[in-house]
Design a protein around this ligand. Sequence first.
Ligand code: SF4
Length: 231
Amino acid sequence: MAGDEYERMLQAFAVAKSFLKQQVELGFDEVYAQVKTRKKSPAPKSLDDFCDKIKNCTKCDLGYSRTNFVFGTGDPGANLMLIGEAPGREEDLQGEPFVGAAGKLLERMLEAIQFKREEVYIANILKCRPPENRDPRPDEIETCKPYLFQQIKLIQPKIILALGRVSAQVLLETKSALGQLRGRFHDCNGIKFLVTYHPAALLRYQQYKRPTWEDLQLLRKEYDKIEVSAG
Ligand code: SF4
């Protein structure tokens, strides 16, 4: 076998091995059935349990450059979950999502529609900061997103608000522009899903403020309907 081909084979094997390991850790039975040599880890019972399990993750390179792992924060039983892209500088330093200038603005946005930060759950697609706040790479997103899916499974929100293009495109599995996705509810595996601009974009571009305000009002209206139907 030629050297290049052998290298490629080794790389493919390493990726497959890492994927299977992650699936087993997440407690996915069907994959476990194929990995008979490993003992299945029990599925996490709570967010804290899950965080403990993955907080030392180094499945992608970001695990080696981060200061802190940024799992998520808020009410583990929240009906509303907010999902951003990845931790920034402040978030990396403090180990909490949305704590910098964009985080302060997000709090004001929530207050404007009568939500307190602690009554929603806030997380990101990636749990570790990309250096210099560059865009997350597709391989990083692929590696990290099962963690977010597991968080969603544990929280079981009724509504998800995606903050920004990356979060919207990853969760809706689309390449459509944010402007085409916002302003209406989508279905994301049975969960009502709304898209709006990331607060960091609002800090830079005034013109996004009005459409974001419209999205937030839409969100509040839908949330109230859910509250009423839940009695
Ligand atoms: S970004 Fe996600 S996959 Fe990469 S090291 Fe951090 S937790 Fe692990």
